[in-house]
Write a protein that binds this ligand. Structure first.
Ligand SMILES: [Mg+2]
Length: 184
């Protein structure tokens, strides 16, 4: 426990704890080698599939709905240590993640990922919702450029630094800088 007041910290999964875009675009490159010219540009876009020719977009988006996609995502460097460290410092760390609309594999695999990489303790603290504005907390660490929904958020949206959110003016962290930026 540090001398910092304990915070409730909501932490997103895709693009914050696990490398969704890296895995997705790697798979695109394998399946559609003739589209590799679009990949670097796609990395800069929140909706990366929109950077590919229209006739491929649905199939590219659907890669993330396949069995095994979420379960096999790689952790982002430093993420797992940071989650454990924040919890060890006495903060209430909740993993707050939005499932895909087509949830068949996504939902159980997100739970399995957390169990595998962080353990049962964090499985029991997961919040799965497609409207994060209705959740409560002090901070929401999320890579999504703009988080909207039915509620008025009580948390501060801390942007997790990614190529597709560089224009967002919020406080910005990565797993190398979070302690300094957040004053923890
Ligand atoms: Mg995300």
């Amino acid at each position: 426990m540090t001398n910092t007041k304990p915070l409730t910290i909501l932490i997103d999964m895709d693009g914050v704890l696990c490398d969704y875009t890296g895995a997705h675009l790697r798979e695109v490159a394998i399946r559609y080698p003739h589209l590799t010219q679009y990949i670097e540009d796609a990395r800069l876009s929140w909706r990366s599939e929109e950077r590919f020719p229209a006739e491929y977009r649905d199939d590219i988006e659907a890669i993330a709905l396949e069995e095994g996609f979420f379960e096999h995502l790689e952790p982002i460097e430093g993420a797992l240590d940071a989650v454990r460290a924040l919890a060890n410092d006495g903060h209430d760390v909740r993993i707050c993640t939005a499932p895909k609309k087509i949830h068949t594999y996504c939902v159980p695999e997100k739970y399995n990922w957390v169990k595998k990489h962080l353990g049962q303790e964090f499985v029991e603290k997961m919040i799965m919702t497609r409207d994060k504005t209705l959740t409560q907390g002090d901070l929401l660490i999320d890579d999504k450029p703009e988080i909207t929904g039915a509620g008025i958020p009580r948390w501060e949206h801390i942007v997790f630094d990614q190529p597709y959110n560089k224009d967002v003016p919020n406080r910005r962290i990565d797993w190398g800088t979070y302690r300094e930026v957040l004053g923890l």
